[in-house]
Design a protein around this ligand. Sequence first.
Ligand SMILES: [Ca+2]
Length: 278
Amino acid sequence: MRQPFIHRPSWARLALGRPLAALGALAVALALGMAPAAVQGATPVYGFEVKHTYPHDDHAFTEGLFYLNGALFESTGGEGRSFLRRVRPQDGAVLQSVTLEPGLFGEGIVNWGSEIISLTWRNQVGFRWDLKSFARRKTFHYKGEGWALTQNGKAIILSDGTSSLHFLDPVTLRETRRLPVTADGRPVANLNELEWVKGEILANIWQTSRIARIDPRTGVVKGWIDLSALPEVQAQQDPDSVLNGIAYDREHDRLFVTGKNWPHLYEIRLTAPAGGTP
Ligand SMILES: [Ca+2]
């Protein structure tokens, strides 16, 4: 099923802007007399409990996040304030940092081997960084928008704000597979920050307080994680300061979430949906 408001045959094609895309999706949903798929439906909704709360830079407009070897790696957006950082989780201390050139808007990051691959939003340029030194090894170009990245050990997985995820060859970054994502039979647009967790793809839905648990074989959202009870959601003042940022510590089975300009990063554990088992 195609995304109802725009057809994008390739992630490399120019895409609508985010606010416009969101409004478009809402308008189509309202016109069809249905609620957006991310709002309601039969898909189970998981709760959570906070296991630990950590400090997070409230000037970090988080666009990419992953955990590796005891550290968090974070990328941020905003022109002139887009950086790539290695951060100590316990106290938020910045251990390493590099800033993108003014004019570039940083987006998703992912580890691949000895590198970090990074995207920009609409600048149509990405980079390969040395994982240890943060030296920029390579620059690559693409058309269209870049939102988020993760990987499953075989492919790089990319979101571009549409309702499809794109599997890319890690070497060439050419698309090898496209996965339309649906919930309750409807496309789920605005897929944002990603994390591969125990055979599932977790995806923040932009401008919501929900994370989708996506079956990577079918694209079906098997469950939602409702994070609306987090303090930053409850007390949100800036409409751009939304939930965005998922990292997973495979060694210790720890799941972290944060948001754009949020003062905290949370380790959470999922709890059973109402009337069900996790
Ligand atoms: Ca992530």
